[in-house]
Write a protein that binds this ligand. Structure first.
Ligand code: ADP
Length: 697
């Protein structure tokens, strides 16, 4: 070795040392590439250099960076197949370095390249490998033809080793960095997704969170309950572009049968991943719409990932990530991230929907808790699934006892109750049937209707016992009233017929008696008719009261006096007055009330006895009592006698007539005078009705 040669070698060693130092400092892949392609290339005395690495699938080589080559030479070589008959592919395939002294040598070995870079000279391509695994190659071009002697070769190989180490380390570092970023992103996304139950809002935010870190464009589509695809969110850093994307969507609505893209992912439930969006695919989607082609070209779509949002086996929507102007092509790692993100988003949507459903269910149950109708939901096996409080009240069986049990076991009368109920399909008019049943020893009238639907049967129960009783009282009244009207009418008619008979001689006393009878029966008729009219007016709230100061003792005395004229002899009338008091009331109405009570007292004392009218004051009230020693009223009827048309003995077995309206009218009138009407009684011993009116002070 000559002195020059040895000093050259020392020089190269120094330069190599320098590159090694620079590479040790470089952290990111970009810094490493920069160091290799500037200082490394220089140290190797090369004119230009390029670095290519194997793509993820191991089928292609991607040119990571180059320096010194003419851009035109590199066009079309951004990625090329590993199988290509070119130096870099071969070196990566074989792991053997390649030293070509001149273009002539290169062309001889790679005839396919003979058309390219004719003005070049020596070329070296060395494999980049770590731990025996080749992951890329470095090419170095020189500005002269060189026969690479071993020492020079060794120097290039050393550079390649250093470069490979540094590059692999920086790529690992970058990958770890990306992983860390992804974990952070996923954590942020999860937090966002669990922050609210308004999934429309959270998904829109998720889309925004994904740009630009994860994508240039992120869209989220949701399948509506009607099965339509709804674009829920479009995100891009530029809001102008987002608006434009929505417009585009309106102009070119997605074809639900499209063989690729969101519709396909939604149909198949499978992700769709295009590391590089195939030209044919775009061509197919665009067809010959020039406008659309211009738009798509402008978008510069590179790579896409579309993943389904699946929860509990149902595809709820799709998340699409698009790499366009700035984001690099997607990798398997990106797909994995997108899948994980979609899994979490789907879970959030599903949870929000489930929560919504549960809430709706709870609201429905809450509403059902307040309705007056009993609502009973049975499954196909007749087991109770819902039993609202009204159902519990009607049947006397609590929800805790009914739920989950066969209904026939919890309510023994269930079959009797429902066997005649026609079950209609949902939406059809329910056809209620009213059935009498004995529940817990009480006879109840229950109106039942039933709807049969997919999951079972729902019954609505209504306790119509009271309505039924009212109806019965009403029909009893018709019988009573017609009887009541018919009796005096028959008497009047009979009397008139007799008076007109010419064949019968009547004394003047007879005539007088008949006329008297006509008069009293007509009065009785008028009274019944008056009561019916007054009850109607009270119902319509059309009775006007004239409240004045009045003396109840006087009224009571007058009532007794006129009663004394016509009471049977077996009755003793009595008036007992405590001391002079004054009340504010409608005197006529009070009289009417007392007349009625006294009439009743007399009427319901068929065996005779004492009827006492007593006026006294107590605790700021004036109490007017009408007491008799007659039939009395059983305790369970004491409330009902004040109901309209209610009579203890509608069939009049005791032979006492009446409309059943008197006490109803009395109570209504007394209450309108701010008073109360009550009764105490001992059956067989007598009754005491008390009118209580506030004393005037
Ligand atoms: P009616 O026209 O039948 O007398 P009321 O409304 O005045 O109607 O009375 C309702 C029912 O209350 C009567 O049918 C009767 O059975 C009962 N009743 C009312 N007053 C008395 C009384 N003093 N003693 C016993 N029963 C009475």
């Amino acid at each position: 070795m000559t002195t020059t040669e040895s000093s050259d070698a020392a020089d190269r060693a120094r330069r190599l040392q320098r590159v090694a130092e620079l590479l040790a400092e470089a952290i990111t892949p970009q810094e490493v590439l920069d160091a290799i392609l500037t200082d490394g290339v220089k140290a190797a005395e090369a004119r230009a250099g390029a670095i290519g690495v194997l793509t993820e699938d191991g089928e292609n080589i991607e040119l990571l960076a180059q320096r010194g080559y003419d851009a035109s030479v590199m066009t079309g070589w951004e990625t090329f197949p590993l199988s290509a008959e070119v130096p870099m592919s071969e070196v990566i395939r074989t792991g053997e370095p390649l030293f070509l002294a001149s273009v002539a040598e290169r062309n001889e070995r790679y005839p396919a390249l003979s058309e390219q870079g004719q003005d070049g000279h020596a070329l070296v391509v060395v494999p980049l490998a770590v731990e025996g695994r080749v992951f890329g190659g470095m090419s170095l071009s020189f500005d002269r033809d060189i026969d690479f002697e071993p020492e020079r070769r060794e120097m290039k190989l050393t550079l390649a080793r250093q470069a490979a180490q540094a590059l692999a380390r920086s790529r690992l570092y970058a990958a770890e960095q990306t992983l860390r970023e992804r974990m952070t992103f996923l954590a942020e996304a999860s937090e966002l997704l669990s922050s609210s139950l308004d999934y429309n809002h959270t998904l829109s935010q998720l889309a925004r969170l994904s740009v630009p870190g994860l994508a240039d464009w992120c869209t989220i589509d949701i399948v509506s309950p009607q099965g339509e695809i709804e674009r829920l969110a479009v995100a891009h850093e530029d809001p102008e572009k987002v608006r434009w994307a929505y417009e585009l969507q309106d102009r070119y609505p997605p074809d639900p049968d499209a063989p690729t893209g969101v519709p396909h992912v939604l149909r198949s439930g499978e992700p769709e991943f295009f590391p590089t969006l195939p030209e044919e695919l775009l061509d197919e989607a665009i067809g010959d719409d020039e406008e659309l082609r211009r738009i798509i070209d402008e978008l510069g779509l590179k790579s896409t990932i579309c993943v389904p949002l699946i929860a509990r086996g149902r595809t709820l929507g799709a998340l699409t990530l698009i790499a366009a102007e700035s984001h690099p092509h997607y990798t398997q790692a990106d797909l994995a991230l997108a899948l994980e993100l979609a899994r979490r988003a789907a879970l959030a949507v599903d949870n929000a929907r489930l929560f919504g459903e549960a809430e709706r269910g709870a609201n429905a149950a809450r509403a059902l808790a307040y309705v007056a109708d009993g609502v009973v939901l049975l499954d196909h096996d007749g087991r109770v699934h819902h039993w609202n409080p009204a159902a519990a009240a009607i049947t006397g069986v609590g929800e805790d006892k009914a739920l989950g049990c066969p209904v026939a076991d919890v309510v023994s009368a269930w079959n009797a109750l429902t066997s005649h109920v026609p079950l209609v399909p949902p939406g059809a008019a329910a056809r209620p049937v009213t059935v009498p049943i004995v529940l817990e020893g009480r006879e109840r009238w229950v109106s039942v209707s039933g709807v049969e639907f997919e999951d079972g049967t729902v019954y609505a129960l209504q306790d119509v016992t009271e309505e039924h009783a009212l109806e019965k009282t009403r029909s009893d009244f018709v019988a009573t009233a017609s009887h009541e009207l018919r009796t005096p009418l028959a008497a009047v008619y009979g009397a008139v017929r007799t008076l007109r008979r010419e064949d019968v001689e009547l004394t003047s006393d007879d005539r007088a008696a008949f006329l008297e009878m006509i008069e009293s029966e007509a009065t009785r008729l008028a009274k019944i008719v008056d009561q019916i009219l007054l009850a109607g007016q009270l119902d319509a709230d059309a009775v006007e009261l004239e409240l004045t100061e009045c003396d109840p003792q006087q009224v009571a005395a007058a009532v007794l006096e006129s009663a004394s004229v016509h009471v049977p002899e077996s009755i003793d009338l009595d008036l007992d007055v405590d001391r002079a008091v004054s009340v504010r009331c409608d005197e006529n109405k009070l009289r009417q009330v007392l007349v009625n009570l006294v009439d009743n007292a007399v009427k319901y004392s068929p065996q005779g006895g004492r009827v006492e009218l007593r006026v006294r004051s107590s605790n700021g009230s004036c109490l007017i009592e009408v007491a008799d020693e007659g039939l009395g009223i059983p305790s369970d009827e004491r409330d009902r006698i004040f109901e309209k048309f209610y009579r203890l003995d509608p069939q009049q077995t005791q032979g006492v007539g009446g409309s059943g309206l008197g006490l109803y009218i009395c109570r209504e009138l007394v209450e309108r005078m701010d008073g109360r009407l009550s009764v105490e009684s001992e059956p067989g011993k007598g009754s005491r009705f008390t009118v209580e009116l506030p004393l005037r002070r």
